[in-house]
Design a protein around this ligand. Sequence first.
Ligand SMILES: Nc1ncnc2c1ncn2[C@@H]1O[C@H](COP(=O)(O)OP(=O)(O)OP(=O)(O)O)[C@@H](O)[C@H]1O
Ligand SMILES: [Mg+2]
Length: 461
Amino acid sequence: MLLTFLLILGASFAAMAALLTGLVSSSLYAQRTRQASLSAEKLAASVAPFFAAADLESAADMLHSAAAEADGRVFLIDPEGKIQLDTLSLLEGTRIHVSEALQVLSGAQSRAYGVHALTDGEYAALCAAAMMEEDAVIGAVLLTTPVTELREAILGVERQLTSVFGAVAAAALVGALIFSFTLTAPIKALTSTIRRMGKGELSARVHVHTSGELKELAESYNTMAEKIENFDQSRSQFVQNASHELKTPLATMKILLENLIYQPDMPLELRQEFMQDMNHEIDRLSGIITDLLTLTQMDSQETAVKQEKVDLSDLCRSTVHTLRPAAEKAGLTLKDSIASGVALTGDVSKLSQVVYNLIDNAVKYTPEGGSVHVTLSADAHLARLIVRDTGIGIPEEDLKHIFERFYRVDKARSRATGGTGLGLSIVRQMVQLHSGEISVDSTLGKGTVFTVTLPVRKGDA
Ligand SMILES: Nc1ncnc2c1ncn2[C@@H]1O[C@H](COP(=O)(O)OP(=O)(O)OP(=O)(O)O)[C@@H](O)[C@H]1O
Ligand SMILES: [Mg+2]
């Protein structure tokens, strides 16, 4: 970029300098040659009668005084191109080869001029004018005046322009270097951070001290990097928790199994009880694996939410029916106030997990003698499911965490009731998949209320 910038700048400046010197020199030369050719013309007109009359002496006088006046040299040339008179008396009798003189002699032009480099490095302006007698060319006068000081003036202008050009080019170079440094330094920093991140250093962040777009880019990059890092952390946390949860039932089973193996004379009832415990652990293990699969599937967005018609009233009634034996076994009253005909478009199996998990929790975390109340109502836009219990409640500081994966308020107690801490995180994700909301309200020792609202579209009912 820097190179292109400099090339464009250099080329345009060089063109400008050439144009300027060209203009200056041509105007200076034009001025000089105009004067000289006027004098040559005048001289030719006054010398012509003497030359025609073969009065070379008078002609020579006139030529000498003209040469002295112009500080130059004058030649008198006959129609054949032979020099008749040279004010320096050096070339008399020789043939002239100067194109301006030949042009004038041929009759093509009455005067001609040009600037010629001389052999000694000097420059001279040459002006030829025809000598006429009755419309016929009878010879020519060639006036040469040195233009060396004019050349030098032009060279001076050129030198001045070159030094200005050099100064501007140097300033442009410095400016471009500074510009490219401020532009490339943050990009370099960003690239090296991206490389580090690519190699797995997820905590790498870019520190850019510029402002504007590059700062914005760096900030967006850092935000993205932070998200990736958090995601990576939560993923490894998830794997850790999952393995831990899977290990617990396995360890219990191993102890039970070892007892069975190493105590062959164990009483039959005890053996039976151990086997039942093992069966229970296997159920638990399979339950955890099902939950884990559900969660990872939802993470990988594999779960397209089915758009089928769901009768929420039926769903709630049948879930209450399924859980009633467990509630009765736990000595609880399970009441329901379920409005009929509440329907919406969604995924039956997902919604049924929502209802099941909430009622299951209420039953699990309510001590004997308590009650669980399931309410379903709807208005034109929302279906509202409320699961209220008179159970142990959730401490204020835990409320904001209960929807996190593997989060349990009382780990020891929850494990005794078989909980893994995945139920509510699944519930929340499924509610969100249906564009619904879930909220919780709880008083420690008094009970808990979970409220789920789901949008009902026109035509669902
Ligand atoms: N109705 C409730 N009353 C009191 N505490 C509750 C209630 N529902 C949930 N909790 C608390 O929130 C925690 C998380 O609940 P969640 O359903 O996610 O997990 P879990 O019931 O322990 O296990 P899982 O549902 O995966 O078998 C529970 O461990 C429990 O401490
Ligand atoms: Mg649960």
